[in-house]
Write a protein that binds this ligand. Structure first.
Ligand code: FAD
Length: 552
């Protein structure tokens, strides 16, 4: 009988334990969890703060009792693994009663997750500066806003946890200031895609301060916080939520002499074996291989953690036969009325790797409707697709919009995982009926557009082309009636239907940025003009995208 000890009882740890039992009825499985809960819904915590999830028990996916009775797992909560003696193959544990003991293992799984980064700045330990990682954190925050009626909050960090915290604190009735040190929120997105979200935050009453760091927390006389920011500004708030990222809980592995990767997570083989053949590791605590670049990185997400837990169990029970093939960082977040999602590499990440646009990668941005425009209730989405210049690889996608964003990102995520190229996106046969999609699904449209770029049929302006090249002329091909809503100063206006007759009005020495509402008429116009020798670029996503990014 093999005895496996698992340190950490949430996503990776609990998945590993349950899978192990399903594979091996005779295995002895001990799960050590330092907190009071196992298998809880970290991802649901912000929604408990906002009162969307009302019952605290809904945050428990499994209880220790159920894991014990269903899976015969020896679950020990409030039991912290303190150290590992690899020679003796034991784990030093501080149990719920405070006593320490050594727990022997044949195989050990380290699934200790990651902890929020708490920077060493003055006042960071004040009682009202909170993090949002555990059930108790969420219960505490919920109580501050609903029982103690704290009405103002500062959220430090504009990643997906910060944004979800901001939304839910607004939901709970707080005024919210979101403070983000870098120039943009939502780091997995490129700046222009993130910019669409800033408009939504502001529309929903969040004061957004980007490029601004919290430098000191002070306690006011009434117990509230005074937060000093870079640039000299101060913000007052009843409470603050820190969400500036996480760091792998790998100290126990480091102290045991296990190899640590370059981003601070435990180094593992594709089979999730550490530098000790009897010790596996899974979840946020490991360094993973980036599915796109092949480089080692840290991508803390629930889906990968669960799948890694399962693979570790498979390899423990059945021999090291299964490889974890990397993480592509597929993620989705609700930001008030919008959804923001991404998979694979952003353009920023490609550029950071030294890739050059045009030579090593291409990108397109399109606007698309969630479903057929003639069926009521369609909403817009913006899709950015990054791909190799020959179209053989899709490097990544980012989508921001209303309904249907989650579905499209998952289609593209699956395509990337299956090594499909751009033309395959154009070829995909996707389910269609008017309430759900269009006969040409937004994913097909992204594939068509990318194929057109590869075939040299169209050239796109950058989203900030007009700022970079004020000498270019906007050619607006919308109908006259559409101009009342929004128009460009200095633009030449020729509706698409008259382009062929009025082409001689255009100065052939100029470069035209062709613009319509969503991009299709601009593309059609550009095709006509290009074939007549004009220098034209299509503005990506049309005025819809221009306005969403420029907030006009
Ligand atoms: C607020 C919030 C929202 C999130 N939302 C999403 C989302 O929408 N989508 C998504 O994909 N991901 C989301 N995540 C991330 C996701 O929850 C994590 O990626 C995932 O939980 C990682 O699983 P894990 O098992 O590696 O670590 P964890 O779930 O963190 O579990 C590790 C456990 O190990 C325990 N532990 C640590 N050290 C020891 C020790 N020495 N001894 C005993 N026990 C120990 C910890 O107490 C912890 O319970 C969110 C995270 C948070 C905090």
């Amino acid at each position: 009988m093999t005895k496996t000890v698992i340190i950490g009882g949430v996503a990776a740890g609990a998945s590993c334990a349950a899978r192990l039992r399903r594979l091996d009825e005779s295995a002895e499985i001990v799960m050590l969890e330092k907190g009071p809960y196992v298998s809880f819904a970290n991802c649901g915590l912000p929604y408990f703060v906002g009162g969307v999830i009302r019952d605290r028990s809904d945050l428990s996916v499994q209880t220790p009792e159920r894991l014990k009775s269903r899976f015969r797992i020896d679950v020990r909560t409030e039991s912290e693994a303190l150290s590992i003696d690899r020679a003796a193959k034991t784990v030093r544990v501080r149990g719920a009663d405070g006593r320490e003991y050594d727990e022997p293992y044949d195989r050990l799984v380290i699934a200790t997750g990651a902890s929020p980064i708490v920077p060493d700045i003055p006042g960071i330990r004040l009682k009202r500066v909170r993090t949002l990682t555990t059930v108790d954190d969420a219960v505490g925050l919920r109580s501050l806003v609903s029982v103690h009626r704290f009405m103002s909050a500062a959220v430090i960090g504009g990643g997906f946890i910060g944004l979800e915290a901001a939304e839910n604190l607004r939901e709970a009735g707080c005024s919210v200031t979101l403070i983000e040190a870098s120039p943009q929120i939502m780091p997995p997105l490129d700046p222009e895609m993130a910019e669409v979200l800033t408009g939504e935050l502001r529309r929903n009453g969040v004061e957004l301060l980007t490029g601004t760091a919290a430098e000191e927390f002070q306690e006011r006389d009434d117990g509230g916080l005074l937060i000093r920011l870079s640039g000299g500004r101060t913000v007052e708030a009843d409470l603050a939520v820190l969400a500036i990222g996480v760091r792998p809980n790998s100290a126990i592995a480091r102290d045991a002499g296990l190899e640590i990767g370059k981003t601070g997570g435990i180094a593992v083989s594709p089979e999730l074996v550490t530098s000790d053949p009897d010790i596996y590791a899974a979840g946020d605590v490991i360094d993973v291989t980036d599915f796109i670049s092949g480089e080692k990185t840290s991508i803390p997400l629930a889906g990968p953690a669960n799948r890694q837990g399962r693979i570790a169990a498979n390899n423990i029970a059945l021999g090291n036969h299964e490889a974890y093939k990397g993480t592509q960082g597929s993620s989705v977040a609700k930001v008030f009325g919008l959804t923001a999602a991404s998979t694979g590499s952003s353009e920023k990440a490609l550029v950071k790797r030294g890739l050059l646009k045009g030579r090593d990668y291409e990108s397109v941005i399109i606007s698309a409707g969630s479903h057929a425009g003639y069926y009521p209730g369609a909403s817009d989405m913006f899709i950015k697709l990054l791909f190799s210049p020959d179209g053989s690889r899709v490097f990544g996608a980012e989508i921001v919009g209303g309904a249907g964003v989650d579905k499209r990102i998952d289609v593209i995520a699956a395509a990337i995982r299956l090594h499909a190229g751009v033309r395959a996106l154009a070829e995909l046969e996707l389910a269609y009926a008017p309430p759900y999609s269009s006969a040409k699904d937004p994913v097909n449209m992204a594939g068509f557009t990318a194929s057109n770029v590869i075939d040299g049929l169209v050239s796109f302006a950058d989203w900030d082309e007009l700022e970079k090249h004020p000498e270019h002329t906007v050619l607006d091909v919308r109908e006259k009636g559409e101009l009342a809503e929004f128009s460009f100063r200095g633009a030449v206006h020729i509706p698409f239907g008259s382009i062929r007759e009025r082409v001689m009005e255009l100065n052939p020495s100029k470069t035209f940025i062709v613009m319509c509402r969503g991009g299709v008429r601009a593309y059609d116009s550009a095709r006509i003009l290009q074939q007549k020798g004009y220098k034209v670029k299509v503005y990506p996503g049309g005025t819809l995208f221009y306005r969403a990014v420029h907030h006009v």
